[in-house]
Design a protein around this ligand. Structure first.
Ligand SMILES: *Cc1c(COP(=O)(O)O)cnc(C)c1O
Length: 380
């Protein structure tokens, strides 16, 4: 069996202690035993989201919480602003439009961040807007959006702010309450270092008010059902019990390490990854790079080939570009259970693949650049 290194921006590797929890016998979900676990997890999620509000867990990938954040607050014909700059921002539009919601786009070119002042302008020009939907770290481009600034703007309006924090949460500073985020969503397979299959959503009092008037059709993704079950430490439908038990372990790890320490670590890895790309003469793609994934341009559309060769020859998985960026960029993740050694392994194999594909590469250059950054941080 080939040894595998997962350096993709979801799913991410799972720590052994967390993975082992998934192998335990199944608990029944309508028992006090499970309620204890669920209660502990629900409290822990508040810490990770930095919120005092309840955090609901929904079975499904991150998109399940995104759909919940559309159907639970809106009605057909409502106007919303979507501030997008990549595949995941675009997903907000696609979900909203499939339910007959009117989308006002405040788009940034892929590779750039959304402009908070353009959101402000759009809010002023469209006073009936019910909500602003945007993305924290746009995983498809590696860009980070200024949620704190956007929160200050949206707070002053009647609209709620809904943020997709699927890839950024746990990986870099994100403060749901302090940043005035009304609804934040995330998923299990990125910063939480769990298997895919769980999604999470927070709801502020301002958002609950909007939920009262929501008329879009919904059943499984009706946030009110989750709120009701939360009172008895349950979920409305059978939860993926194994994932929730392993989530309890993952949250324990996160608490032990401390969120701030985690943020610092990924910031360091991101700096090392960026220095490595420069050393390879690969131009960074993101104008405002996030801390959880590094994206870089590659010549002649060879992105797909790089990804495939790395995986097949060396067992190292990184990501290529999505949509219009297919072939044009590569993305290396540094989130969840990905550490310094993983990054160094990934970079050295990447260099070999670039050589094999005919690019001029000085072997060791990117590894040395990353090592310099990592060593410098240790010296302080
Ligand atoms: C991974 C991801 C999602 C969710 O995708 P799923 O495949 O549904 O889990 C949403 N937004 C961002 C920014 C992501 O990185």
């Amino acid at each position: 069996m080939k040894k595998h290194y997962l350096l993709t921006p979801g799913p991410t590797p799972i720590p052994p202690n967390v993975a082992l929890k998934e192998a335990l016998p199944i608990l029944h979900h309508r028992t006090s035993e499970f309620a204890e676990v669920y209660k502990d997890v629900a409290e822990g999620l508040k810490y990770v989201f930095q919120t005092k509000q309840e955090v609901y867990t929904i079975a499904g990938s991150g998109t399940a919480a995104m759909e919940t954040a559309i159907v639970s607050f809106l009605s057909a014909g409502d106007e919303i602003i979507v501030a997008d700059c990549g595949v995941f921002g675009d997903r907000w539009k696609k979900i909203a439009e499939s339910y007959g919601v009117k989308v006002i786009s405040v788009s940034a070119q892929w590779g750039k961040a959304v402009k908070p002042n353009e959101i402000e302008k759009a809010l002023n020009a469209n006073p009936n807007v019910k909500a602003v939907y945007t993305t924290f770290t746009e995983t498809s481009t590696g860009v980070e959006n200024d949620i704190k600034k956007i929160g200050e703007i949206v707070e002053k309006s009647k609209a709620i702010l809904v943020v997709d924090a699927v890839s950024g949460l746990g990986g870099q500073e994100f403060r749901t309450d302090d940043w005035k985020v009304d609804v934040a969503v995330s998923g299990s397979q990125k910063g939480f270092m769990l298997a895919p299959g769980l999604s999470f959503i927070t709801v502020s009092p301002k958002a609950w008010k909007l939920a009262e008037s929501s008329k879009l059709p919904k059943f499984y993704f009706d946030i009110k059902k989750y709120k009701k079950s939360y009172l008895t430490n349950e979920t409305p439908f059978t939860p993926p019990v194994t994932l929730i038990v392993s989530l309890q372990e993952a949250i324990k790890d996160i608490k032990n390490k401390g969120l701030e320490n985690m943020w610092d670590e990924y910031k360091l890895l991101a700096g090392a990854a960026r220095a490595a790309m420069k050393a390879l003469d690969l131009e960074l793609f993101a104008e405002v790079p996030c801390q959880v994934v590094t994206s870089a341009k590659v010549p002649e559309n060879i992105g797909g080939k790089i990804v495939k060769t790395l995986r097949e020859k060396y067992g190292v998985s990184i990501a290529g570009g999505q949509g219009d960026l297919k072939g044009k960029i590569i993305r290396i993740a540094h989130m969840g259970y990905i550490g310094k050694a993983d990054l160094l392994v990934g970079l050295s194999c990447l260099e070999m693949v670039l050589c094999e594909l005919g690019l001029k590469v000085k072997l060791g250059a990117s590894v040395a650049a990353a090592q310099e950054i990592l060593l410098k941080a240790q010296r302080g």
